[in-house]
Design a protein around this ligand. Sequence first.
Ligand SMILES: [Zn+2]
Length: 408
Amino acid sequence: MYPTNGHELGNEVPLGQGKVHYPAFIKKLKEIGYQGDITIEREMTGPDQKRDILSAREILEDVGQLSGNASVGRNPCYLHPKHNCHYIAVAEWKQQSVETRLVDINDGYELDKTKMHADSTECYASLTILCYEQLIKALTKETRISGVCIILPGLIDQKRQSLISTPLQIDWEVGGRLIEQLKSGFLYENLCILNDTACLSYAEIKSKGLKNTDFAYINFATGIGAALYMQERILGGATGSNTQFGHCCIDPDGLDCYCGAKGCLEAMIGESALPLRWGKEILDSAGNETGNSLNYSLLCKLAESGNENAVSALQNVADGFSLAAVDLITLVHPQRIIIGGKGIELGNLFLRRVKNNLKHMGLRYMVENVTVSFSTLSSDAAYYGAALYYFDTYYDFTAENSNGFYLG
Ligand SMILES: [Zn+2]
């Protein structure tokens, strides 16, 4: 805070971001012989307070290192705000690869990244350890890793201490073994495994200021997943186990789903359903001789260019999504539905159709005020989302040497 006039203080901001020039301020304190403590206080609660204080404490710790004085811990003489200090190593498990990035907890800046090919489902844990060892070479004396996160396109079961991922073909048995390997591979780091859709939704919360907005984030990936953010928390945390939106039934007589049921949302309108349902008809009518298979992006492009078969298929996809969305709205009543991942590639024709459908579907009281939109964040937002979720939920800056293991 900084006085705005002779009587009032201005807005409170994190240490180092306001008008006070701390290096000069501390220098002056030292000159006049101040020997006491410096107390960092923030008139707020929650994760933001933690980050601000951590950031401020970094400033003070640097003072100690720079002064060369044995009593520096209590008598800082020089304040130097540091941005590139606390990093989280975030690994994303993808189909046939592990991609890892060093993410600055202050601003999401990525110091370094690495990617390794996964030959089998059994090697995800060992590859993550290898990627991590590669990444820490990018650290300097001033930087440190405050934790490791793994982004999983699947479910995490805290009770069974296991995980499952259909896109990666990891079953419970393999999942349990991977967790054991990770536990023994990261003995001296905090490690956290998080569901991919939850990470993306957390990035929305933090980047778009949605802390007080109930919303459903729908992630179109290999499957179709959802994270439900209600009353300031993601239901089920970041385990991905509280909703299986992709397996809502939209047609009891529909196509078989790998889950054993019929007509699940992702079996009917998931990207991999497109070639099966409309591929030949649409590509033939578009004179496609390139051998490309039908995906969301191509469907959108052809529909926008006026191909009638593509328009009809795109409407069918929008209608199927609308059925599941209305069920979701009547069950949990979010204020917003945010469509992310590959769903964005379905484009504005799709979005307009969904919005129009919702004008005459479901209980008016529940549906009429819900807004539906595409996410404006990139798919890379999952990395920063994961780092922030871990930091806000699990990181304890009073016990930095702990080796916690967190699922979801
Ligand atoms: Zn299913």
